[in-house]
Design a protein around this ligand. Structure first.
Ligand code: NAP
Length: 245
């Protein structure tokens, strides 16, 4: 997959899965914009040390003015935006009866409103270019639900409806819009689980092991490539078979 000459923005890419996506797209030759609410510079520096162009941009993806500023900065610097990866996300878990309005709003804003704001902000440039790739990180939880995650599951399900709708709106402009639904991915969250919880989890995964951020990043790289030009409006599970066999 060759992404040379492409400019990619990845939200929430200072660490975790987003950072792995940033590194993978850089390996494929893309110029990568590491965007995060804070601390974006170290990941951008790591990419520059790999010999690729990279720009760090501080932006809170729940703020329309931060998002507009990010898009202005990127177009001023590189003159184009080819790939947007909507990755920034948070969880504030609680059973519904105890869930505060504040935790509902926070999760919906960071996980779903951000996808609306960032996608809307890059579309004008992509339409002008007649080429674009939007990839949003949903979750298996958005498809099957999960107790204690009504806010998170709703936000991730919302991403799927958004993806299918925008794919229809911009398909004629050479822009594809897809979502990825990861299952259990090795992360700070899964590292904190006890042995018993982990073995219960593994029993439910047909492939028998947890995914890695790299598994998600490889899928983003594919969906961002020319090779994936005939794929749009799809939700691709990266879950070891957990969700859909
Ligand atoms: P993570 O390690 O917590 O990384 C998320 C990143 O998003 C952090 O760098 C965070 O910055 C940033 N962020 C949070 N709020 C933001 C805001 N308002 N504006 C800009 N950036 C913001 O999470 P992860 O595990 O890598 O997950 C990445 C994505 O994959 C999320 O959308 C998540 O829902 C999804 N996902 C993860 C899993 C999994 O097993 N890990 C499974 C399915 C889906 P700060 O740290 O500074 O807040």
């Amino acid at each position: 997959m060759d992404l040379s000459g492409k400019v990619a923005i990845i939200t929430g890419s200072a660490r975790g899965i987003g950072k792995e996506i940033a590194l993978r797209l850089a390996e494929a030759g893309a110029t990568v914009v590491v965007s995060d609410v804070a601390d974006a510079e170290p990941a951008a520096e790591e990419i520059r040390k790999m010999g690729h162009q990279s720009l760090a941009v501080a932006a809170d993806v729940t703020s329309a003015s931060d998002v507009a500023g990010m898009v202005e900065k990127v177009t001023a610097e590189y003159g184009r935006i080819d790939i947007l990866v909507n990755n920034a996300g948070i969880a504030r878990d609680q059973l519904l009866m105890r869930m505060s309005e504040e935790d509902w709003d926070a999760v919906l804003n960071v996980n779903l409103k951000s996808v609306f704001l960032c996608t809307r902000a890059v579309l004008r440039q992509m339409v002008k270019q007649r080429w674009g790739r939007i990839v949003s990180i949903s979750s298996i939880v958005g498809i099957v639900g999960n107790p204690g995650q009504a806010n998170y599951a709703s936000s991730k399900a919302g991403i799927i409806g958004f993806t299918k709708t925008i794919a229809r709106e911009v398909g004629s402009r050479g822009i594809t819009v897809n979502a990825i639904a990861p299952g259990f991915i090795v992360s700070k969250m899964t590292e904190q689980l006890g042995e018993e919880q982990k073995s219960e989890m593994l029993k439910r995964i047909p492939l028998g092991f947890l995914g890695t951020p790299r598994d998600v990043a490889e899928t983003v790289a594919f969906l961002s490539s020319e090779e994936a030009r005939y794929i749009t409006g799809q939700v691709l599970g990266v879950d070891g078979g957990l969700g859909g066999l």
